[in-house]
Design a protein around this ligand. Sequence first.
Ligand code: 10D
Ligand code: SF4
Length: 319
Amino acid sequence: MSIADTTLAETEILLAQPRGFCAGVDRAIEIVERAIKLHGSPIYVRHEIVHNVYVVEDLRKKGAIFIERLEEVPAGNTVIFSAHGVSKAVRSEAESRGLRVYDATCPLVTKVHIEVAKMRQDGFDIVMIGHKGHPEVEGTMGQAGEGMHLVEDIADVQALQLADPERIAFVTQTTLSVDDAAEIIGALKAKYPSIREPKKQDICYATQNRQDAVKFMAPQCDVVIVVGSPNSSNSNRLRELAEKLGVPSYMVDSPDQIDPAWVEGKRRIGVTAGASAPEVLAQAVIARLRELGVRNVRALDGIEENIAFPLPRGLGLPA
Ligand code: 10D
Ligand code: SF4
């Protein structure tokens, strides 16, 4: 018997439900794979299709080339917009260059783009709650030439100076912390009582469900491991949430990043995965914890998601 066996034999892994891929990520990856099959490689993808190192590397091996600026796409080629969406300016640049475009923007991000366009048409200024520099925020802010105001926190709300407080609305990034967003929305409503809000909240079902699952799991755990890449907003929010619930929490891209000291002497280890992290990585994390001596794994109860989004025209037939 190894030393690890004696220390972790009684330890249990709790697996969050739901975890991992959401419908928007499934669809975005499928779009890249089908485009490569249909047109051959290379296929250019503007920005990481989703924020996950493993997914991006896998698609690179299959023939995808990831770029940040459309000018990197040679004339006559195909480009795919990432699941996070793009601004109107990027869309028109692709059009004016005559590139073949497949749009992998998640339909739930597109829903926010449509809200922005409609409210700008109605003459509203729009406050977006989101993280500065994130591609989804750039894409959504870029649905209108002017009248967009980004706030990241309550201090930003306090600093806002808007010309007509009677004609303002707000939208949010889809992957925010549900609780932090509620506080910021509270501050907005206190300052601008007639602010118009989205009919259905912009934080998506997958973000909500994964955060709810961590709220259920973390209080039962001594440590939480989140599978996700450092630039993944929704994965970071899961780690932060577990930490806010008082549980030491770590985010890993792969099982080799697990420090055995994190789990030493712990009775229950919670495992979850961000919306862009594949199940194969969650299983690899479990396998690594088993190697360290953990014997028991228990999948927690939680919502079963059965949402799927249709593929864009031209890629929808069986590949
Ligand atoms: O950073 P993030 O959470 O927005 O994106 P990630 O690619 O990690 O997950 C999928 C979420 C998307 C595309 C935003 F809706
Ligand atoms: Fe779409 Fe939500 Fe997934 Fe983002 S996290 S891709 S908005 S389903």
